[in-house]
Design a binder for this molecule. Structure first.
Ligand SMILES: [Zn+2]
Length: 117
């Protein structure tokens, strides 16, 4: 019987009043949702950013090593697959054990996304 209730997750208007879908600010392609936010306490290259569990409809750019406040990471940029707007990056590997939870997770820069319906 539990399965029957899980389908409501996709119907935010009925059950999740605060559910927000995030899209590309240029073409409004859906990228992620408020249900995927792991942390709002991040900084991107353009300002505030969110750490997201899952992001869809993006291309992954070339792998590169980036030095950040919390250490060295191998990351790749993520771009909207419709308009190639740069929307953030994906963490691929971390040097530090305590930062490994970010591996496979995404940063979305708030400047590059918008709320869509
Ligand atoms: Zn786009």
């Amino acid at each position: 019987m539990g399965l029957r209730y899980s389908s409501y997750i996709d119907h935010p208007k009925s059950k999740h009043a605060k559910f927000v879908t995030y899209g590309c600010c240029h073409c409004r392609t859906h990228l992620s949702s408020s249900a995927q936010i792991m942390s709002k306490d991040y900084r991107g290259t353009t300002g505030d950013a969110y750490l997201m569990n899952k992001v869809v409809n993006v291309f992954e750019g070339n792998k590169e090593t980036r030095h950040m406040l919390t250490g060295r990471y191998i990351v790749c940029d993520i771009l909207c697959h419709m308009c190639r707007n740069l929307v953030g990056w994906k963490y691929l590997e971390s040097d530090r054990k305590d930062q490994r939870y970010k591996e496979g997770k995404y940063i979305l820069e708030l400047q590059t996304i918008c709320k869509v319906h």
